[in-house]
Design a protein around this ligand. Structure first.
Ligand code: ADP
Ligand code: ASP
Ligand code: MG
Length: 444
């Protein structure tokens, strides 16, 4: 069994859905296919949620009609048989009516999750119908029947496994299953999500739950690149990454992967392949536990970082003081990404600021607090990167860009620097030139 996940662009047009079909039918292996919403649709649903929040019924109507038309247009071009086409469009109308009904209710977290996950529901319904209409037998699975994820950080894989096996047992005649990414159910059995970009994570959770032979993540680029191709020219795909490297890069902003993508499959040693829907022959990236090459591999950047400086003349480093400070973050379930210390001050970073006010209020009991927002962590990643002879060059950045913090040696595989977000792109470009375009011979 293999798991194949197709992202928004891959399922974003008639032409691309045909590409996906060609990839799925290239061999007869048993597959579970996880699909995102068509590109742009989840963002449109976010706007719809704003309309619901403000009770703007005209905008809700306009938004839902636009959504229906977008999907109906796809059905029109995809499906030749008039009867099948009309049947699929009837199903689409029923779903849009459900969405109207939900949109008329008072905004709540539950309404939010119900609406935002419809993009995946609509697309998988159409795609499964299209495959069937063109003679590709498949079964559409409702992910809400098995994606029970009590804790997003630590999903109970066994529970998902039991539930999905039950669903599969009811459909043993098929070797191709289509399901939705992103959506899941929480402890209370309510619909929720794996956060934006979460379909990658759906794929690896299912992969781990079913002990799949591999998980393939099909997207619009030929693998994970050594730097962010949205901001830096002359990046290149990396053929092999270890789980550690991929986890660091995903957590620290490499958009190609949801931050938690690799965690479910690491213990089970299931490889994750990153492949390009538009160039299926391209090698892409293989993520596994094999170290192919040590040293510097890639750079990523994570935005939305807040730096907190905690300064105290009262023996900051004295026994027990740090514990009390960390307890404050723990009490407010806020994780810390970077940390540096001196005798009288600690600087640390967080990305979740939902409890920042409470945290600051408590910390002010012990120390003087300074907050700096709109920062980015730039992360330089590779197995043993701290031993890479080229890595020292990154410190030349200090000549050009004000660096707020540096974290070196916390792990052998990651060097992080914190800069103001306005300096992120120049930093990524500078590091690209220094670290990748003037490589001295090999590493470690
Ligand atoms: P999907 O919709 O298939 O999930 P995403 O947009 O989430 O696709 O991820 C693919 C995009 O990630 C690429 O088009 C690219 O712009 C961006 N990206 C950012 N950093 C990297 C990187 N290091 N390597 C490859 N792509 C990256
Ligand atoms: N459609 C969702 C999003 O845009 C999930 C995903 O694509 O992975 O965030
Ligand atoms: Mg994505």
């Amino acid at each position: 069994m293999k798991i194949l996940k197709f992202g928004g662009t891959s399922v974003g047009s008639v032409e691309n859905l045909n590409r996906v079909k060609a990839i799925l039918t290239a061999d007869q292996e048993e597959k579970i296919v996880v699909c995102s919403a068509m590109s742009g649709v989840t963002d449109q649903l976010v706007r719809l949620l704003e309309n619901i929040r403000f009770g703007d019924t005209d905008a809700i109507t306009r938004n839902l009609h636009r959504l229906e038309n977008k999907h109906a247009d796809v059905i029109d071009v995809l499906i030749e048989d008039l009867e099948v086409r009309n049947k699929l469009k009837d199903g689409l109308s029923i779903m849009i009516t459900e969405m109207f009904e939900i949109s008329s209710q008072q905004y709540s977290e539950e309404i939010n999750s119900k609406i935002i996950t419809y993009g995946e529901t609509l697309l998988t319904y159409i795609f499964s119908g299209f495959l069937s209409a063109t003679g590709v037998h498949n079964v559409l699975l409702d992910a809400k029947e098995f994606m029970y994820v009590d804790s997003i950080e630590n999903p109970n894989i066994e529970k998902v496994g039991k539930k999905i096996n039950k669903v599969l047992d009811k459909n043993i005649e098929s070797s191709l299953y289509i399901t939705q990414g992103f959506v899941c159910k929480n402890k209370e059995g309510q619909i929720t999500t794996l956060k934006r970009g979460g379909s990658d994570y759906t794929a690896t959770i299912i992969g781990a739950a079913l002990h799949a032979s591999e998980v393939q993540i099909w997207t619009d680029i030929d693998g994970l690149h050594n730097n962010d191709p949205r901001y830096v020219e002359q990046t290149y795909p990396i053929s092999h990454l270890t789980y550690n490297e991929a986890a660091e890069l995903a957590y620290f902003g490499a958009k190609i992967l949801h931050p938690q993508t690799v965690s479910p499959v690491v213990d089970k040693d299931i490889p994750v392949l990153l492949k390009n829907t538009f160039d299926p022959e391209a090698q892409g990236t293989v993520i596994s536990n094999r170290i192919h090459k040590k040293g510097l591999k890639a750079i990523s950047a994570k935005d939305g970082i807040t730096a907190i400086k905690i300064k105290s003349n009262r023996m900051l480093m004295a026994h027990g003081y740090l514990r009390r400070i960390f307890e404050v973050f723990d009490n407010f379930q806020t994780s810390i990404d970077m940390i540096t210390t001196s005798e009288i001050a600690i600087s640390l970073t967080i990305d979740d600021t939902s409890n920042l006010d409470h945290i600051v209020r408590e910390l002010e009991g012990y120390a003087e607090i300074t907050i700096e927002q709109d920062h980015s962590i730039i992360c330089i990643v590779g197995e043993s990167v701290i031993n890479d002879r080229n890595s020292y060059k990154l410190f030349e950045i200090l000549n050009y860009i004000p660096v707020r913090m540096v974290s070196y040696g916390g792990s052998n595989n990651n060097i992080s620097i914190l800069v103001d977000t306005k300096d992120k792109i120049p930093t990524l470009r500078f590091l690209n030139e220094k670290l990748f375009q003037t490589q001295e011979e090999a590493v470690v």
